[in-house]
Design a protein around this ligand. Structure first.
Ligand code: MN
Ligand code: MN
Length: 471
């Protein structure tokens, strides 16, 4: 229908209603092609960065290639400088210095790069029933039943007494072995099936099968355990005692792949929150190509999945210390800098799932392909434990996105009082910074294999480019 033929009501409706459009309605073919192309590099990143350490390593590699250098204490930086501070190989703070005085505030993007997984205990290896197994202690919020009978890869580090750090990654190469957590067969699962999901699988049952072949034919005890230790010793020069100072975890061995006949969706382990970490790092690299107005800071935080604790988590002073250092070296008041800073907390939200409509309130849910999800508040039970962004700030973010043709949608996490969740937003807000959550809607969040839409990933990248380039 042409414009002239619209009735007054139709015209009014078009003007007055807020409508969430779908990316395939608003983007032309060229832009969809661009989105899909961007996602190819994202998938590659996901296959190489399955832990926070690997994610930081990968990001540093990308930054170095783009001319970023390590942050130096005591140094006065100037417009156009681009640096990164690597916090213990697990968290990363990237800065692109802009034209404005630091006192006018920073543009901050903060994602986390840890994901739920199965960590090994510090004394993990034992032999039982003719098998060698690892004891584990899961990390983050998992539904335990999802992690049994799937191929797992072992990632992490073993640190020897002499300080030598040994990187471990087994199960990613096609020729590598994988690891495995067993489950009961249905034939003997009657009692298990009668239990509730939360009780049918316990943390202590998440034991990982790592071998069954005895060491030689010698008449000693625990020959299968000995054989595993001998193989580790041969490969890494380690002993059982070295495992005490290791950080080893099991993550799904599956690679990132397209989902669906139309290839519009990506399945991968750890979209939460590397599906935001990758866009903000690539946006930082993009904005550094032209000098931004405001200084732009990108954070990859660790330990979000366990409450942002620890000195690599967002509750640590590490980030604040770096910003204060920057302010002092530039002879500006850090308090004013914080007060004027704006942050987009880049974290995923739950995508509406038509198979489980009962937990979503559809008018305030994020949908697949409707763009980057803007979440004013997270938390639970009457907005407790959340940063509830100010309307003024939501207004600014809305303006930036609309002016830059970023497709976005406003949402919250599920129905009121049905659950809840949190992000790093409230820890940045504590620094007196304006913060709001902005990120990709995810299906099956925290599962070993999560799903996101390609257009949503691309819109998130576009959102952060627009935010970093704000005037
Ligand atoms: Mn998250
Ligand atoms: Mn999470």
């Amino acid at each position: 229908m042409s414009k002239e033929n619209k009735t007054k009501a139709e015209a009014q409706k078009e003007k007055l209603f807020a409508e969430n459009k779908n990316a395939y309605e608003v983007c032309n073919d060229a832009e969809i092609k661009k989105a899909y192309k961007y996602c190819e590099s994202y998938k590659k990143f996901m296959n190489e960065a399955k832990t926070e350490r690997e994610s930081v390593d990968k990001a540093v590699e990308m930054l170095k290639k783009a001319g970023f250098t390590p942050f130096e204490y005591g140094k006065k930086y100037s417009t156009g400088d681009k640096v990164y501070l690597n916090n213990r190989g697990k968290a990363l703070y990237i800065t692109v210095f802009g034209k404005k005085n630091l006192e006018e505030g920073l543009n901050i993007a903060a994602a986390h790069n840890d994901s739920p997984r199965i960590d090994l205990k510090q004394c993990p290896l034992y032999e039982d029933g003719g098998m060698a197994l690892f004891k584990t202690h899961y990390y983050g919020g998992i539904k335990k039943y999802q992690w049994v009978t799937v191929p797992l890869a072992l990632h992490g580090v073993i640190v020897k007494e002499n300080g030598e750090v040994i990187n471990v990654c087994i199960g990613e190469d096609e020729n590598d072995p994988v690891f495995y957590i067993t489950d009961l067969l249905p034939h003997l699962g009657k009692d298990q099936e009668a239990k509730t999901l939360g009780k049918a699988f316990t943390g202590e049952q998440l034991n990982v099968l790592v071998g069954s072949k005895p060491y030689g034919d010698e008449k000693i005890s625990e020959k299968i355990k000995l054989n595993v230790l001998a193989l580790l010793n041969e490969k890494y020069g380690t002993t059982e005692a070295d495992l005490v100072s290791s950080e080893l975890c099991l993550v799904p061995a599956a690679k990132a792949r397209d989902i669906g006949f139309d290839r519009s969706i990506i399945g991968a382990y750890g979209h939460d929150d590397r599906v935001c970490a990758y866009p903000i790092v690539t946006a930082a690299i993009e904005v550094a190509k032209t000098v931004p107005e405001y200084t732009c800071v990108t954070i990859l935080a660790d330990k979000e999945e366990i409450g942002s604790e620890g000195n690599t988590g967002m509750q640590s002073f590490a980030f604040e210390n770096m910003l204060v250092e920057m302010a002092e070296n530039a002879k500006v008041n850090p308090r004013k800098m914080f007060e004027n800073s704006k942050c987009l907390s880049a974290d995923v939200n739950s995508c509406y799932d038509p198979t489980y409509p009962e937990v979503y309130e559809a008018r305030n849910s994020a949908f697949l392909n409707k763009g980057v999800a803007v979440t004013k508040f997270t938390g639970a039970r009457g907005k407790s434990s959340t940063n509830d962004a100010h309307a003024e700030y939501v207004g600014l973010v809305r303006k930036i996105f609309n002016e830059n043709k970023v497709l976005w949608q406003a949402c919250e996490l599920g129905k009121v009082d049905i659950g809840g969740g949190g992000t790093v937003a409230m820890y940045l807000a504590k620094l007196n910074i304006d913060v709001i959550d902005v990120g990709v809607p995810v299906l099956s969040m925290h599962a070993p294999y999560e799903a996101v839409s390609k257009t949503d990933v691309y819109m998130t990248y576009k959102a952060f480019c627009a935010f970093f380039e704000r005037k």
